[in-house]
Write a protein that binds this ligand. Structure first.
Ligand SMILES: [Zn+2]
Ligand SMILES: [Zn+2]
Length: 212
């Protein structure tokens, strides 16, 4: 029996509720960052805005790349749960030939658990940005929070879209087809530990020459 049919998903599981939970856990931080930004960033020059926006986007994409490459695909004793859930379950549930979600239950193996989102956003991202606010300036911390929390929100959405059925109307857009193909190739068993670790934009795959 194929792995995805063999594996149990909790009774009453709903992919829609799970999606609302993971994205809903991130959005308050984006909004809070935006409110703080509005008050704090008025006197900042355009050059500074551009510099810090690009810097935070590169950092967020680099965190996505690093966590995927060196945590989700490397077995480390303290983080073994992440490796098991991603490499041994997500990649087995969806191999390269068949990455399409067939029903809501498949999102159980696509989306982060809500507790994981809360831990990353409120246990790591928020304290990091509060420290930035304290030592680098209020608006820099607020911008970092907006971009960091927003990027993780986007990661969940884009990864879910990558696993939509290929006939979905969103794939009429060439750019979305390309993003999906980038992730589909990552699901090939021979490539998953070496190629295509970015999900949202393959910038670090390009810079570090890990793009398949
Ligand atoms: Zn995937
Ligand atoms: Zn992976």
């Amino acid at each position: 029996m194929p792995y995805r049919e063999e594996m149990q998903v909790p009774r009453g599981y709903s992919g829609g509720v799970h999606f609302l939970g993971t994205t809903g856990a991130s959005l308050p931080l984006v909004v809070w960052g935006a409110v703080r930004l509005k008050g704090a960033g008025l006197s900042v020059s355009t050059g500074e805005w551009c510099f810090w926006t690009i810097a935070f986007l590169l950092i967020a994409s680099g965190v996505e790349y690093s966590a995927h490459r060196w945590i989700l695909h490397r077995r480390r004793p303290a983080l073994a749960h992440a490796f098991v859930e991603h490499t041994l379950r997500h990649h087995r549930w969806f191999d390269a030939g068949d990455i399409e979600a067939r029903s809501g239950r498949d999102y159980h193996q696509i989306l982060f658990p809500v507790w994981g989102v809360v831990l990353i956003q409120y246990g790591l991202n928020l304290p990091f940005c509060l420290i930035l606010s304290r030592y680098a300036g209020d608006w820099i911390g607020a911008l970092g929070l907006c971009i960091g929390a927003g990027f993780f929100f986007l990661y969940e959405v884009v990864h879910a879209v990558c696993h939509f059925p290929a006939t979905h109307p969103l794939f009429k857009f060439g750019i979305i087809r390309k993003i999906r193909e980038h992730h589909r190739r990552h699901h090939e068993p021979g490539l998953m530990g070496h190629r295509n670790f970015n999900i949202v934009v393959p910038v670090w795959d390009f810079l570090l020459r890990t793009r398949a």
